[in-house]
Design a protein around this ligand. Sequence first.
Ligand SMILES: [Mg+2]
Length: 259
Amino acid sequence: MEALRGIRGLAVDLDGTLYVGDEVLPGVMAALSALRAARMPMRFLTNTTSKPRSSIVAKLDAMGLGIEAESIFTAPRVAAKVLRGRGVKHAYFLLKDAVLSDMEGIESTADGAQAVVVGDLGDEFSYDRLNCAFRLLLEGADFYALAENRMYRHGDGMRLDVGAFVRALEYASRREATLLGKPARAFFETAISGLKLNACEVASVGDDLEGDVGGGQGAGLRGVLVRTGKFREEDLSASEIRPDVAIDSFADLPGALGI
Ligand SMILES: [Mg+2]
């Protein structure tokens, strides 16, 4: 396809793009094999902030996707790198304990916290923890969000996601959080930095129009939408984001790249 001419690397979303639940989507294995045979370098990007990278790696292994841990970029790990780069050594995290293992080099503490970092605490969100974050923000701590998703689908129905808690803290503190997960530009830049390619030579591939397509395009990548996972045709027609290419599924990617 003309719109994908010159693509030499890929930034690929995980959930909804390669698999849904624990099921690998049809044709994904063959597509990954074809891309690997063509020596197309790939990085895998996920906004998941409820699980440490180690458990994502274990899940991918169990599904037999053959994705190396080093090529996976989760919002918490990328955030840790960005925060370290900004000199943050102590931070107050609204994050599950298991995910703190991805925050290498940054001590989790309320005392002397230079930053507040909001991720997914699920049913561990409490008034005390939110209020602790709020007070630190009033005292001038830097304010970061790992994601801004409004809601997610759970087995028992829809649930409040990270964005709702970020907005609550923004409202009360009159501060604005800096987003570190997709669609933030820094997330894509960090994830593809090891490819040694220009951003315009990389395509972001995913089922989330805002996070994967719009976010990728905002960082200079080309945006490829897959019509799987959370994709809904009405979201595409209602949005101002225009994918460079839309394909039915990841299985069609090698063909779209002329492989
Ligand atoms: Mg997705």
